[in-house]
Design a protein around this ligand. Structure first.
Ligand SMILES: NC(=O)c1ccc[n+]([C@@H]2O[C@H](COP(=O)([O-])OP(=O)(O)OC[C@H]3O[C@@H](n4cnc5c(N)ncnc54)[C@H](OP(=O)(O)O)[C@@H]3O)[C@@H](O)[C@H]2O)c1
Length: 284
């Protein structure tokens, strides 16, 4: 006689189901990045990007490629990393010049994986421009320029980096989005819109490539004290080191999205429920 199984007991799983679960767990495990060796930073002088690189290489020596606009700042960033014990090189990249995008990726992957069997473990996409403080809708060309630097170039670079990571059999792509991507500020909505395009693209890309062993991590900082925000202040302001810490933890775990500080998410979610009439008065 067979007794019915109590409702709280899970049904026994077949060998095929257990094998599937193991494969899923292994695939998930493969996407975690704890101790990368080779890192590419697109936006090679970004303060947040460099903090992420340093955090990933804490206590170890990394092979780093900094892709950015040639100049003193880029050269100084390479020098500083080398002085700290890393191997670092620069490759040229200008967001406003699309002829540099593919060579920058080729140079980054070639340079970072020069030895046989070497591969890029993490690509950090950090290039971006801040709003210039003027009402964006009053200057169409400045609004379009933000889209070029914050959306068009990063979208192409994210797609190109993901393709290369797929081709080498896996790796991680960290995309510096913004809390403003989820809720644009009324005062600089062109900036929010430009980040929203990148955020949506990266979120779609994440699902498209995860089956190929490629991890896409979207990082949404609120206000971070860097030269990008120099001269301004904000409630819930955080540091580049804190963003780097949260990013490294997320890479070692399973999160798809990082908010920095974590409380920024609650603020953005809460703002969804504030009536537009009140928001207009608050000028948020
Ligand atoms: N700081 C914040 O509060 C905050 C908040 C949310 C999101 N974010 C995002 O985080 C990322 C890093 O920001 P950050 O705070 O580290 O600022 P940052 O230090 O000013 O970094 C910005 C990077 O973008 C590069 N860049 C700007 N225009 C470029 C162009 N036309 N071509 C090539 N590279 C260009 C800069 O290179 P150059 O040195 O050549 O100018 C620099 O490497 C950005 O995507 C930003 O939108 C920052």
């Amino acid at each position: 006689m067979r007794f019915p199984r109590p409702s709280h007991q899970a049904a026994p799983r077949s060998a095929a189901e257990r094998a599937q679960e193991r494969a899923r767990e292994q695939a998930q495990q493969q996407l975690r990045v704890a101790e990368p060796s080779r890192v590419v930073l697109l936006g090679g002088t970004s303060e947040i990007g460099l903090a992420v690189v340093r955090r990933l290489g804490r206590g170890r020596s990394l092979d780093v490629v900094l892709a950015g606009r040639p100049g003193e700042r880029l050269a100084a960033a390479v020098e500083a990393l080398v002085a700290e014990g890393h191997r670092a090189r620069a490759v040229p990249l200008e967001a406003r010049d699309r002829t540099t995008w593919v060579p920058a990726l080729d140079g980054s992957f070639g340079a970072a994986s020069s030895g046989a069997g070497q591969r890029v473990d993490v690509v950090v996409l950090a290039l971006g421009a801040a709003p210039d403080g003027k009402p964006s809708w009053q200057d169409p060309l400045a609004a379009a320029d933000l889209v070029q630097v914050n959306s068009a170039a990063p979208v192409a670079l994210a797609a190109g980096a993901a393709q290369r990571l797929r081709a080498q059999g896996g790796g991680a792509l960290v995309v510096l989005s913004s809390a403003a991507a989820v809720r644009a500020r009324s005062t600089d909505f062109a900036h929010g819109a430009s980040k929203a395009a990148l955020d949506a693209f990266a979120s779609g890309l994440r699902e498209a490539v995860r089956g190929d062993g490629v991890r896409v991590l979207v990082v949404r900082p609120g206000f971070v004290r860097t030269r990008l925000t120099a001269g301004r202040s904000a409630w819930l302001a955080t540091t580049k080191e804190a963003v780097a810490d949260l990013t490294a933890h997320a890479l070692a775990g399973d999160d798809d999205v990082v908010w920095a500080p974590p409380g920024a998410r609650a603020v953005v979610e809460a703002l969804r429920w504030v009536p537009p009439r009140l928001l207009r008065r608050l000028r948020l």
